[in-house]
Ligand binder design. Structure first.
Ligand SMILES: NC(=O)c1ccc[n+]([C@@H]2O[C@H](COP(=O)([O-])OP(=O)(O)OC[C@H]3O[C@@H](n4cnc5c(N)ncnc54)[C@H](OP(=O)(O)O)[C@@H]3O)[C@@H](O)[C@H]2O)c1
Length: 361
């Protein structure tokens, strides 16, 4: 497949495959090709998150998983998922940057082996490390991500978090860095992550004055994380034409039903789950009830809830089985009664997800 033959523009927009070793799953006619607009981009109503790809500490990643991760990537693309979220900070210890490296490798090998047509949107995030103090350092960070992925342009360049809570003077360097990446054509569109309503409005206005449209805002959004801030952010996004990308839509796995107060994951996630899971009884039973009636899994219902709320969920996936299951979250919609039942059950559940420490007001 020759990238330059793709009429869809810059080289981060890759032709999709026409054939593959995986048999595409069957979907209703409006899926898998259904896309939603995000500025000039067209993205699938759900993306895949890749935080776990390279993270040994929290997610138990091993390099022996790479073959399966590549199969996940191929399966997703072949079934119409064209949005993948990563970050320059993903990957622990010597594996720092591993998520971007793997994505780059999977894209290249996919192109070599399968060809096709369509567009692929890679969203990466630039960490606001304390040593990144100038716009030029953010541009350098963007170039480093491009090097790791061996791409010429990133689909969505996102600020991973705002420094407004603890280093407000650094914030301007972040914003100007984003502007510079956009003006140099290193990123197709720009987005933010972990920005609360107040900061989101500020950066939107700042970027607008510089002629840079803000296309996406990524925030923790799920049945476990739907507080006043999330709803306010959603309203702001709707009024300004920004797409809300919902991260951790499965509550790090708590909404899949496979964990319970007698079965926690190992490692640091187990500590968090011990605090939260015992207070999720009303929500988990509603999810399970709806899933059973619908002949869906709880994960599919939890992801579909995010789609019905008008967000683009990016569930993290570690196995082919999870990828196949999560693909089945699309192509149908929960009814308004089911949505109400889930909203109510979530409110009734005493536990909520802990918010990201970098989330601003
Ligand atoms: N902007 C930010 O600050 C930020 C923060 C967090 C995440 N993110 C992004 O959002 C993405 C998704 O969030 P997340 O990974 O934190 O959490 P998540 O999507 O809520 O949960 C993902 C985890 O749930 C389990 N899982 C997934 N599908 C499943 C299924 N069908 N059945 C059973 N278990 C399943 C897997 O873990 P196990 O198999 O180990 O249980 C998987 O790694 C990340 O990959 C990342 O791209 C962004």
């Amino acid at each position: 497949m020759v990238i330059s033959s793709c009429s869809l523009g810059p080289s981060n927009l890759y032709p999709l495959p026409s054939s593959s070793m995986f048999k595409p799953l069957k979907f209703p006619p409006f899926w898998p090709r259904q896309k939603v607009k995000m500025g000039p981009l067209s993205v699938s109503p759900m993306g895949f998150g890749t935080w776990a790809w390279g993270n040994q500490f929290l997610w138990g990643y091993q390099e022996s998983m790479d073959n399966e991760l590549q199969q996940i990537f191929n399966l997703a693309v072949e079934n119409g998922v064209n949005l993948f979220d990563t970050a320059d900070s993903y990957g622990t210890g010597r594996l720092n940057g591993q998520s971007e490296k793997l994505l780059g490798k999977f894209i290249r090998e996919f192109q070599e082996q399968k060809g096709g047509q369509g567009e692929l949107v890679i969203a990466t995030k630039f960490a606001a490390y304390p040593w990144r103090l100038t716009p030029g350092q953010f541009v350098d960070a963007c170039r480093a991500s491009l090097d790791r992925m061996q791409l010429e342009q990133i689909g969505i360049g996102q600020l991973h978090w705002s420094t407004a809570n603890y280093a407000p003077l650094q914030e301007r360097a972040l914003w100007d860095g984003l502007v510079a990446m956009y003006e140099k054509g290193l990123v197709r569109v720009v987005g933010v992550s972990n920005y609360g309503p107040k900061q989101l409005l500020k950066i939107h206005d700042y970027l607008k004055a510089r002629g840079v449209p803000l296309c996406s805002a990524q925030v923790q959004f799920s049945l476990l994380s739907m507080g006043r801030d999330q709803l306010e952010i959603k309203n702001i996004c709707d009024s300004l034409g920004i797409r809300l990308i919902a991260y951790s839509p499965l509550g790090l796995g708590m909404l899949t039903g496979k964990y319970s107060p007698s079965k926690f994951p190992t490692g640091p996630r187990g500590l968090l789950f011990r605090q939260i899971l015992p207070g999720l009884e009303p929500l988990l039973s509603s999810l399970s009830e709806i899933a059973n009636k619908r002949r869906k899994s709880m994960a599919q219902v939890a992801i579909n809830w995010c789609v019905c709320k008008g967000t683009i969920p990016i569930p993290g996936v570690k196995s082919i089985k999870q990828a196949q299951e999560n693909l089945g979250a699309l192509g149908w919609r929960l009814s308004s009664d089911e949505l109400l039942q889930l909203d109510f059950a979530a409110q009734e559940s005493p536990s909520k997800m802990i918010q990201n420490i970098f989330q601003t007001k």
